[in-house]
Design a protein around this ligand. Structure first.
Ligand SMILES: [Zn+2]
Length: 497
């Protein structure tokens, strides 16, 4: 598997063709000390990654892969016997100080498992940043990048050299790797993205969403945690690729201290939002290593702002894919939970990795949304087709919502029910999805924007019921409905809508 051609190796190709593997560090050649070392070339066929567990409710863990091409894999990878042996050999060489030999073994690990975070972390340490070079010929640039394959700037410079030599595919591989390492050098990564758009038809079809990652102290205890985070987000992009065609790029990976905060994700998420006021463009995510406690209570594994820009997810030690993460990202694009029993990523429990058709329709309608400051008026409405989006929600909600609405109506109308019973039935009809109220609010807003005021009033009323009439958002929804009704009454008779 390893061709020892003098010190050169092929680079891996993370990215968009997720069927190939993620990172690839392909071959590495250390070339230090004159003796060309490792071989390697990568391209394991491991699909980029899929995830884990269940989402906001119960606890069972599962895994994921939205893309049906990708076979579900464990979220926390288990080293094969050969990888375990290679790591042992590498460790022996490290102890004796033979870095070239160690490098060679680790490169073979990457060849077998392109998302092996630990091997990447050690290789990055060994190869370090690239030195400046006086005569930047294309060959020199390529050779330098091969010796320092974790230096985004060197990778981008080398890609320029490769383009000059007419090796476009190889240049794309170098650039994709630079994007995978974006947090190390966001400017180089931005340059890589621009060049990818110019060089690759596949990239031109993709949207780029920058991610600001905040990682808690438990995850950071593992030396390879940064590679774990890069691999997690690359795998999430791959999992959702057929629906979103979006590459989520962590451009900042920052520490976040959770300390003694209660072990529930809503509290962690709120503490994060209070501390890290999102300002820069992009998605904000908290990743915590806190496990779901072993008791009977229901703990969430992930939370997200519906159509917002932040989420929080529990990540198992060493996991390089996460079903929960994919699920929460979908909420940012307006996806809603489905009724129990449907196998889809939007079922909060279960392990399905595929996405149901109604949710695919919704997220594709919202795929062009932005992640800047402000609400849906700034980030969503200007970038979507209102008619298409409303139609997508109507289809998705028709069954889901009408069933629950019926239940709520019945509960409210029933003269024998005590207010406790009504509250219980309303709760039962809505407990499955805290986002259902948000969805009703969103669609009401879209309809208002679209001039469908009668329908908007109805949905604001419904949102009020779903939130709970006495909650702040429930009151706000009811107020919106009332104000609209009054403004319509004050104006001329309602047009037929
Ligand atoms: Zn959910």
């Amino acid at each position: 598997m390893s061709t020892r051609s003098e010190g050169v190796f092929e680079i891996f190709r993370p990215a968009i063709d997720f069927r190939i593997s993620v990172l690839l560090c392909a071959a590495l050649a250390l070339a230090c000390g004159g003796r060309p070392v490792a071989p390697v070339s990568v391209k394991s066929s491991a699909p980029v990654n899929p995830p884990v567990a269940t989402v906001e409710t119960e606890a069972p863990e599962a895994e994921v892969a939205l893309d049906s091409r990708a076979a579900p894999e464990p979220e926390v990878p288990i080293d094969s016997a050969i990888v375990t042996e290679l790591l042992r050999l590498a460790e022996n060489e490290r102890r004796t100080g033979d870095i070239e030999a160690e490098y060679g073994y680790l490169a073979e690990v990457i060849e077998l498992d392109s998302s092996h975070s630990r091997a990447h972390a050690r290789l990055a340490e060994i190869t370090g940043p690239a030195p400046a070079i006086p005569f930047a010929t294309p060959d020199a640039l390529v050779s330098r990048a091969l010796r320092h394959p974790y230096d985004p700037k060197a990778l981008v410079a080398a890609a320029g050299g490769l383009v000059a030599r007419g090796e476009t595919d190889r240049a794309i591989a170098f650039l994709e790797r630079a994007v995978w390492l974006a947090d190390l050098d966001p400017a180089a990564s931005l340059s890589a993205i621009r060049q990818l758009y110019a060089l690759s038809d596949e990239w031109r079809e993709h949207r780029i969403v920058p991610v600001h990652l905040y990682v808690d102290e438990l995850i950071r205890m593992q030396p390879d945690w940064r590679f774990q985070m890069r691999n997690l987000w690359l795998s999430a992009s791959a999992m959702l690729d057929s629906a979103l065609e979006t590459r989520f790029v962590p451009i900042a990976i920052l520490p976040f201290e959770i300390g003694d905060a209660p072990n529930d994700l809503d509290s962690i998420h709120e503490a994060f939002l209070a501390e890290a006021r999102p300002s820069a463009e992009g998605l904000y995510a908290v990743m915590t290593g806190r496990r779901v406690p072993d008791d009977d209570a229901v703990y969430k594994k992930g939370v997200a702002e519906f159509i917002g820009r932040s989420l929080a997810v529990r990540i198992a030690p060493g996991a390089v894919r996460s079903r929960v993460l994919a699920h929460e990202i979908l909420h940012l694009y307006g996806a809603i939970h489905v009724l129990e029993g449907v196998d889809t990523l939007m079922n909060p429990t279960g392990d399905a990795l595929a996405l149901d058709a109604p949710n695919i329709r919704i997220v594709r309608a919202l795929r062009g949304r932005e992640f800047g400051s402000g609400g849906i008026e700034q980030n969503v409405i200007p970038y979507i087709d209102l008619g298409v989006t409303i139609a997508a929600y109507r289809a998705a909600l028709s069954v889901n919502l009408s069933l629950r609405e019926t239940e709520i109506d019945e509960a409210m109308r029933s003269s024998e029910s005590s207010s406790d019973q009504v509250a219980y039935r309303v709760h039962k009809a809505t407990y499955l999805d805290a986002h259902l109220a948000d969805a009703a609010w969103l669609v009401a807003s879209l309809m208002l924007e679209d001039g469908q005021r009668v329908e908007a009033i109805r949905l604001f009323d419904l949102a009020s019921q779903l939130y709970g009439r006495l909650t702040p958002r429930g009151r706000e929804s009811a107020d919106r409905a009332r104000a609209l009704r009054e403004s319509m009454g004050a104006a001329s008779p309602p047009a037929i809508e």
